[in-house]
Ligand binder design. Sequence first.
Ligand code: BTN
Length: 254
Amino acid sequence: ESELEGRVFGHEVYYKEEMDSTNVQAKKLAEQGIANHGYLVTAEKQTNGKGRRGRSWSSPKGTGIWMSLVLKPDISPYNASMLTLVTALAVNRVIREQTGLESYIKWPNDIVVNGKKVCGILTEMSSELDYIHYVVIGIGINVNTKDFPEEISERATSLFIESHKTYKRSRIIEKIMEYLEFYYEQFTLNQDLRLLLTEYNQMLINIENKVVVQEKQTSFEGIAKGINEKGELLVQTEKGIRTVMSGEVSVRGI
Ligand code: BTN
């Protein structure tokens, strides 16, 4: 508790043993005017954890961090997707510092260790054309998970599986709040990622490697060159540099 004092992110925490989804709960509390900027919602277990693209997110009791942070940033809705990248930077740094593992950011939403996903981020927003009511940043981290259902064990891993150590989840949450608040301040200074670019690109998996970018209908190949200050991924193709916006795209190494 004391570690969270003096900070805004995670200063107020809503905790329950079980929730359908911390994102859903955070949105409800924001709608009701209960959850303000920096309000954190977390549960031991989610019965209906949500992933991107309508997928579900496995969230068994006690083994992971399932949490959602409410933010009310005074920025344009167009810039809100960069909050996901800011979050990935903070989570990746905490994983590295707390575990010694060489985790990397898989732009735009995932953290991977040894090629497998250890963390996913789901950002949701309520906004008007030029005004954000609130943003909910959902973070799921597989921490002390011993094993996964067969369907996902090829793609998913946990901090325990990779390092053979167990971790105190509250410590990791505290550190994420601390770094996220710091990076968030850097981001809001210019409403872009210019101050975080170097660090971000150093943590980017696939950088300088061949990738396939799968967009809605088409896909193309190129070399990932890193992100720009707007958070777009730059991909060198035969025809020149293409900028890829986050959204309904997937990028994979080949
Ligand atoms: C993804 O990789 O598809 C995103 C996964 C996000 C999971 C987290 S767990 C806490 C929060 N509540 C949810 O229902 N989802 C996010």
